[in-house]
Design a protein around this ligand. Structure first.
Ligand SMILES: C[S@@+](CC[C@H](N)C(=O)[O-])C[C@H]1O[C@@H](n2cnc3c(N)ncnc32)[C@H](O)[C@@H]1O
Length: 350
């Protein structure tokens, strides 16, 4: 039986090497064996855990943020909340507990059939779509937690006008990194002002541009806003490629199809795209600041009051601390919102 490693090796043997982005794309999205297509990645038995799975406060606070924005919009017709890469459906379920509105519709966009099944159980009357272009035309609130990090990056090195791109080849039947001089740099011309003049590594995520441009088109036509939460950086560059397998970091190119290969999100790039596609942007702000401003501590207090056992109270507190703690996810993860061009300012930002 074929597996991802064999498929990638066949591709390398035909051409000598493949680009890093193609390697990641096959590993994660190959239609029969790709990681996102076949694995059950989230949870203690999977490879990683995400914030909505750690604490219900995460989704509830995002629900409050959405509820507030809907009121600001004075919406009194059908609208939809769309979870991009909805995981096990926990985030949207916690959001739905807060949204008090008969006109709301719940939508997931995902590609993993195991997770799609779990999403249906979480919200029985939800709808699923594969692409943003298929979603009904209604005012929309898009939410994406750890969604932007799933898309394959290209990596480059730069010395003045000389660019090299990172490729993967084979040595003794193992995958290794190599670089190739980029003869045609026209594809980088557009972003010339925004990429570093000299760098051991910088990363470009062309797929993110595709997604942001689709969302921009959608919310500029139908009205709405988006909220993205992810690990990432602003105003810097470097090598952020990583892979996680069974809750441990592993070599990013040694376990294609069996490990979650991701990279940190370049939030400066997201701001650049917001401007390019005519969206307002708010943030990025550290996850810690966003959730504290939106009342996470108050919600913790009221949940604790429903509990009798001190150990349960302490567990709730520890779970929230994993999300907002400075040494935990609180600073590394950031929140950014992109909206249609209107005068509204969403809560939680500076
Ligand atoms: C890191 S998980 C985050 C899950 C969830 N948002 C959470 O916080 O628990 C990434 C999610 O994106 C989905 N995904 C991966 N590639 C995708 C794509 N091209 N389009 C839509 N969803 C995708 C995965 O199946 C998974 O549900």
């Amino acid at each position: 039986m074929k597996n991802i490693k064999d498929i990638i090796k066949e591709n390398i043997k035909k051409r000598g090497e493949i680009s890093l982005s193609e390697f990641i794309d096959i590993a994660m999205n190959e239609p029969n064996y790709g990681y996102y297509i076949k694995q059950k990645p989230i949870g203690s038995k999977g490879d990683f855990i995400t914030a909505p799975e750690i604490s219900q406060i995460f989704g509830e606070i995002i629900g409050i943020w959405i509820q507030d924005y809907i009121q600001k919009l004075s919406l009194n017709k059908d609208f939809q909340i769309i979870d991009l890469g909805g995981g096990r459906g926990t985030l949207l379920k916690d959001i739905s507990k807060v949204i008090n509105n008969k006109n709301v519709n719940y939508i997931f966009i995902d590609i993993n059939s195991n997770l799609i099944e779990e999403q249906r159980k979480s919200i029985p009357n939800c709808k699923h779509f594969k692409n943003i272009s298929e979603i009904p035309n209604q005012p929309s609130i898009f939410v994406g937690n750890e969604f932007l990090d799933v898309f394959p990056i290209k990596q480059f090195k730069r010395k003045g006008d000389v660019f090299e791109e990172v490729f993967i080849t084979l040595k003794n039947d193992n995958f290794i990194f190599c670089t190739k001089k980029l003869e045609d740099i026209s594809s980088l011309q557009d972003i010339n002002n925004y990429i570093p003049k000299e760098a051991d590594f910088f990363e470009i995520n062309t797929k993110i541009e595709e997604k942001i441009s689709e969302i921009a088109k959608f919310i500029n036509n139908n009205g709405g806003i988006s909220l993205f939460i992810d690990y990432g950086y602003t105003n810097s560059y470097g090598n952020s490629l990583q892979a996680i397998k069974k809750h441990k970091f592993v070599d990013p190119i040694s376990f294609p199809g069996e490990s979650d290969i991701t990279s940190h999100v370049n939030f400066s790039h997201i701001i650049y795209l917001a401007k390019k596609y005519n969206l307002n942007y708010f943030g990025p702000v550290p996850q810690r600041d966003f959730f504290l401003r939106m009342g996470a501590k108050l919600r913790l207090q009221s949940l604790k009051e429903t509990l009798k056992n001190n150990k349960d109270k302490k567990n709730l507190e520890n779970d929230l601390n994993r999300i907002i703690g400075k040494e935990e996810m609180g600073l590394l993860f950031k929140v950014i919102s992109l909206s249609e061009k209107n005068k509204l300012i969403p809560e939680g930002f500076d």
